[in-house]
Design a protein. Structure first.
Length: 533
C-alpha cells in the first residue's frame, strides 16, 4: 500500500536566526496581501496610525495570486472599509445533483444559502484593499517573498525575504538582488492557503490543533458569455464518484460576474485515493454536461486559475493563533467554513482582530478575541461536517444534514481526520477525460498561459518533493497538478521512477503541500497574474 506520506520531501530551512547587519525595521510586518493581511494593515492604520506597517506580497501586484469563487458575506468588509467593489448581491440560487446527462434540482442546504451575500472577484478586491491599506499609511511591497521566519531567544522577530536573480543552479545572475531581514515587534502571518511560513510557525512553535489540516483543490475559469446568469449555481455528483472507496468529495460552482461574464469552478478534496484523478480535467469534463454547456453557450474563456482551500475547519485550527512575536490569521491558519463555502469574511475578521491585538501590545489577547467572536461559534457548529464525507457522498450527506439540523450537537464529539498525504493511492483503470478542443475544453499548458504566469524558466526550483518514487505516486502527482509541473521519467531496477519537475509552470496552488511534498515561495513576482479571478 503506497501513501504519499511515506515519501517525504527534502527538509526545508524555514526558521533561521537573524543575520542581516542592516535589517529593515518596522513595528509590524504582515506576510501576505490577501484579505486577512490587508484587513490587518487597514485596521492598524485606523487604530494605530503612528505604527509603521510593511505588507510583504510575493505576487507581482496585490491580487495577482488571489483566487476564489467568490460569494462573500459582506458584514466584516463593510464594517472595515464601507462599500467595496462587487458584482452585486446574489439575486437567486440553485443547487443541482448531476448525473452524466441530467441535472436534478435539489433543495439548497441551509449552510449554502446566500441571501444578502455579494459576488466579488477576489483579485479585484485585493487591489482595492491594498489601496486602502496604503492610504492608511502601510507600505505594501509586491514582488517580495518571505522565505524564512526570524526567531531569536524563542521569539519571532520578523522574516527574511528571498533573493532575486539567481540562476537555476542558485548561482547569482547578472541581476542578482540579495534578500534582507525584516525585523518587527510583531509579525502577522497571513500567507494564505498552505502558507509556507504559517506552516513553519505551526510546526516549529508546536501550535498544531487536534486534527491536521486538510485541503481541497479548486480549479476555476472565467468566461465571457452571451447570456447573463442571474443566480449562483452549485452542483453535486457527476463527474465525481459516490463510493467511499474513492473518497471523492466536492462539487462545482457557477457565479455571475455582471451581465457578460461568469466564473466556473470545480473543487475536490485532496484526500481522494484515485491516482488518475485530475481536478483540472474534471472541470473540462463538467463543461461537456448539457446543463453546464448551456450556461456557457456562445462564450469564450478569458482567464484560468487554481488554488487550494483549507478544509479542516474548527478542529484543524492551531491550538493557539498567537505566540511570542507572531499572530496567525486567515486561510494560513485554516479559518474557512467549508459547508458554507465561505472564507473571505473570516479572513477579514481574523485580520482585524490580529491588528487590534498587535496595536494593544498584548498579542496573546488575540486568542481570547477569537474565542469571543462570531468566527469561533460559526466554525464550531460545523466542526465535524468535512470528516463525515470520508464515508462517501450519500452517508456523508446524511450525517451532514443531521449536524446542520442540530447545530453540530449530534452526532457529538470531535471527529478525527488524517492528513491528505496519509491516504493510500488506489490504482485501476485510468479515468477517461475529454480531449482538448480549444473552445470548450482545454489542456493544462494552455490553462497556465491563461493564468498570466510569469515565472522565469531559469529560476531556482521552489518545489520540494521526493524525486525517486513508485510509479503510482508519480502518476498521482502528475495527474493532480493542474499546471503540468510533474512528469514521470525512467523506471529503475527497483521499480521506482524518476519524477521530473518543471517549476516554471507552477501557479502556486499548494496542492503538492497537501499530497506529500512542499511548495515554498519562488522568486518574488513569479507565478500567476490573476486580474478577475
Amino acid at each position: 500500500m503506497i501513501r504519499p506520506a511515506d515519501y517525504p520531501p527534502p527538509a526545508v530551512d524555514a526558521v533561521v536566526a537573524p543575520s542581516d547587519p542592516e535589517p529593515v525595521e518596522v513595528d509590524v510586518a504582515i506576510v501576505g496581501a490577501g484579505p486577512a493581511g490587508l484587513a490587518a494593515a487597514i485596521r492598524l492604520g485606523q487604530v494605530a496610525p503612528d505604527v509603521s506597517v510593511a505588507v510583504l506580497e510575493k505576487g507581482a501586484t496585490p491580487g495577482a495570486h488571489l483566487l476564489s469563487g467568490a460569494v462573500v458575506r459582506p458584514g466584516p468588509l463593510r464594517e472595515l472599509v464601507g462599500e467595496f467593489p462587487s458584482y452585486g448581491e446574489v439575486q437567486g440560487e440553485a443547487v443541482y445533483l448531476l448525473t452524466a446527462r441530467r441535472a436534478l434540482r435539489v433543495p439548497t442546504p441551509p449552510t449554502m444559502r446566500n441571501e444578502g451575500n455579494v459576488v466579488v472577484s477576489l483579485a479585484q478586491l485585493g487591489r482595492f484593499l491594498a489601496e486602502k491599506a496604503e492610504a492608511g499609511g502601510a507600505m505594501v511591497l509586491p514582488e517580495t517573498a518571505a522565505v524564512s521566519l526570524l526567531i531569536e531567544d524563542g521569539r519571532v522577530v520578523g522574516v527574511r525575504t528571498g533573493d532575486k536573480g539567481r540562476a537555476r543552479d542558485r548561482a547569482p545572475g547578472p541581476r542578482f538582488e540579495p534578500g534582507s531581514d525584516v525585523r518587527a515587534c510583531v509579525t502577522i502571518l497571513a500567507d494564505g492557503t498552505a502558507g509556507h511560513l504559517s506552516g513553519a510557525a505551526i510546526a516549529h512553535l508546536g501550535l498544531g490543533g487536534l486534527n491536521p489540516q486538510v485541503w481541497a483543490l479548486g480549479v476555476k475559469e472565467v468566461w465571457r458569455v452571451a447570456q447573463p446568469l442571474r443566480r449562483v449555481v452549485h452542483t453535486l455528483g457527476w463527474p465525481l464518484r459516490a463510493g467511499a472507496r474513492w473518497r471523492e468529495f466536492g462539487g462545482s460552482f457557477v457565479y455571475p460576474l455582471g451581465d457578460d461574464m461568469v466564473s466556473l469552478g470545480m473543487v475536490v478534496g485532496l484526500d481522494y485515493a484515485d491516482e488518475s484523478l485530475s481536478v483540472h480535467d474534471l472541470l473540462q469534463q463538467l463543461k461537456t454536461h448539457p446543463f453546464v454547456r448551456g450556461l456557457l453557450a456562445g462564450g469564450e474563456r478569458v482567464q484560468w486559475g487554481a488554488k487550494t482551500i483549507p478544509e479542516g475547519g474548527f478542529l484543524s485550527l492551531p491550538r493557539a493563533c498567537s505566540a511570542p512575536g507572531v499572530l496567525l490569521c486567515g486561510d494560513g491558519a485554516g479559518f474557512v467554513n467549508v459547508p458554507a463555502l465561505k472564507g473571505v469574511h473570516l479572513a477579514v475578521e481574523t485580520g482585524r482582530l490580529a491588528a487590534e491585538a498587535a496595536a494593544s501590545g498584548d498579542i496573546a489577547s488575540f486568542d481570547e478575541a477569537l474565542r469571543s467572536s462570531f468566527v469561533w461559534d460559526e466554525l464550531r457548529a460545523v466542526r465535524n461536517m468535512r470528516q463525515a464525507f470520508g464515508r462517501g457522498f450519500w452517508a456523508g450527506g446524511a450525517l451532514a444534514s443531521v449536524m446542520t439540523l442540530t447545530g453540530g450537537r449530534f452526532p457529538g464529539g470531535d471527529r478525527r481526520a488524517e492528513r491528505d498525504a496519509e491516504q493510500p493511492v488506489v490504482g485501476g483503470a485510468p479515468r477517461a477525460y475529454p480531449s482538448a478542443d480549444g473552445s470548450l475544453t482545454f489542456d493544462k499548458l494552455s490553462s497556465v498561459f491563461a493564468a498570466g504566469n510569469r515565472t522565469r524558466d531559469d529560476q531556482p526550483d521552489h518545489i520540494r518533493v521526493a524525486r525517486r518514487v513508485p510509479r503510482e505516486l508519480a502518476e498521482m502527482w502528475t495527474a493532480m497538478c493542474p499546471a503540468q509541473v510533474y512528469e514521470v521519467g525512467a523506471e529503475g531496477d527497483d521499480g521506482h521512477v524518476e519524477l521530473h519537475v518543471i517549476p516554471s509552470n507552477c501557479v502556486q496552488c499548494g496542492a503538492i503541500t497537501a499530497k506529500g511534498g512542499r511548495l515554498t515561495p519562488p522568486e518574488g513576482g513569479a507565478g500567476p497574474e490573476y486580474t478577475i479571478t
